[in-house]
Design a protein around this ligand. Structure first.
Ligand SMILES: Nc1ncnc2c1ncn2[C@@H]1O[C@H](COP(=O)(O)OP(=O)(O)O)[C@@H](O)[C@H]1O
Ligand SMILES: [Mg+2]
Length: 342
């Protein structure tokens, strides 16, 4: 029998092999299948059309937004629409200027270079990227000391697409090198419902409309989470039910996964509980919170905190995070000192 309590938590920022396969299977390849984010889509379509008319590559684009909101997906669609190759690389992988030179000189005219986790790009590399982005040239320094010479490499006109979960970590000059910056926000309820319906078709699983609603409610309005939950619920339906995802199966599966009706999992609740019980509601600093919950700081910043803030359960103050009245209510904890509450 399949182990339903499998290792990956539904909201984990770390992608398992299973997640990667799921991402690939369900990743939309056309604008039509890329659901929601209408304004961003429209803007990009205009940029593409205008560039095509001029017969030029499009300007450099930057996407920012939480994990699983569709940054990688939209970048692939853009390359497909432009009918060019896309080269995908993660920011931290480019360690030396030589790595950058190798990547850039291997591009063809008009290619898209997609750099994920752009905020983790090495600071030394940043300096070299400016002329590459502006003038399509790379200034290399050959040799050391008094014998050092600089050499200018001409690059093909390429388009950089950067993706980041942390816009604030990019320096202003770096941000300014992008022709346009787009934020991907949480999805609307209706859009997540459509995504779940589409994914169910692709995964060949029958799902009741009420079950779609239940999974949507727990999806944190994030496509990747919706898909992961759908897959877990499908496994549950195949083992515990008759293969169809009914309302009852969806409810049972989510309960089994310890996901509550707002989509909070044990990790979220632990953060709230620690703030409330250990630190009397806060404020508590990120480092302390990370130590007390054994969650990495990045995970708190990228995964837990944005959604808890969206729900209005925690607030960020200059002295740290505080739990709000809503958080106490949700956990059913009485507050001793009600004046303190936000
Ligand atoms: N707009 C969308 N419509 C439908 N599915 C989407 C959309 N955006 C993302 N997805 C789904 O969510 C998964 C994660 O998206 P991805 O682009 O990898 O997110 P990010 O790069 O922002 O972390 C994709 O594989 C895809 O199945
Ligand atoms: Mg991505």
């Amino acid at each position: 029998m399949k182990d339903l309590s499998s290792p990956s938590r539904p909201f984990s920022p770390k992608l398992t092999e299973e997640d990667k396969t799921l991402d690939l299977t369900l990743r939309p390849k056309t604008w039509q299948d890329y659901i929601g984010q209408e304004k961003v889509k429209k803007n990009i379509q205009i940029i593409i059309q205008a560039a095509k008319k001029r017969g030029e590559p499009i300007e450099h684009l930057l996407f920012y937004g939480g994990s699983g909101l569709g940054k990688t997906t939209i970048s692939h669609i853009i390359a497909k629409e432009l009918d060019t190759n896309i080269r995908v690389i993660a920011g931290p992988v480019i360690e030396k200027i030589g790595d950058l030179a190798a990547i850039l000189t291997n591009l063809n005219e008009g290619d898209v270079l997609f750099i994920d986790e752009f905020h983790r790009l090495n600071r030394l590399i940043e300096e070299f990227i400016y002329p590459a982005l502006e003038d399509f040239k790379l200034n290399l320094i050959l040799g050391k000391g008094p014998m050092a010479r600089t050499m200018e490499l001409k690059l093909p006109r390429f388009t950089l697409i950067g993706a980041t979960t942390r816009l604030a970590l990019l320096s202003a000059p770096l941000r300014n090198r992008f022709g346009a910056t787009f934020q991907l926000d949480y999805y609307k309820k209706e859009d997540i419902e459509k995504i779940i319906q589409r994914s169910s078709r692709l995964l060949r699983i029958e799902i009741e409309p009420d079950a779609v609603k239940i999974i949507t409610q727990c999806s944190r309005f994030t496509p990747r989470t919706a898909n992961r939950l759908l897959k877990r619920v499908r496994d549950f339906a195949q083992v515990e039910g008759k293969g169809k995802i009914t309302k009852d199966i969806a409810e049972k599966a989510l309960k089994f996964l310890e996901i509550d009706e707002l989509g909070l999992e044990s990790g979220d609740r632990k953060i709230l509980e620690v703030i409330i019980k250990k630190f009397e509601g806060g404020p508590v600093g990120l480092q302390t919170l990370s130590a007390a919950t054994s969650e990495e700081e990045d995970t708190i910043l990228d995964i837990y905190e944005p959604y808890l803030m969206q729900l209005g359960f925690i607030e960020r103050t200059p002295r740290g995070r505080t739990a709000t009245k809503l958080a106490y209510q949700h956990l059913g904890i009485k507050c001793k000192n009600s004046q303190k509450l936000l």
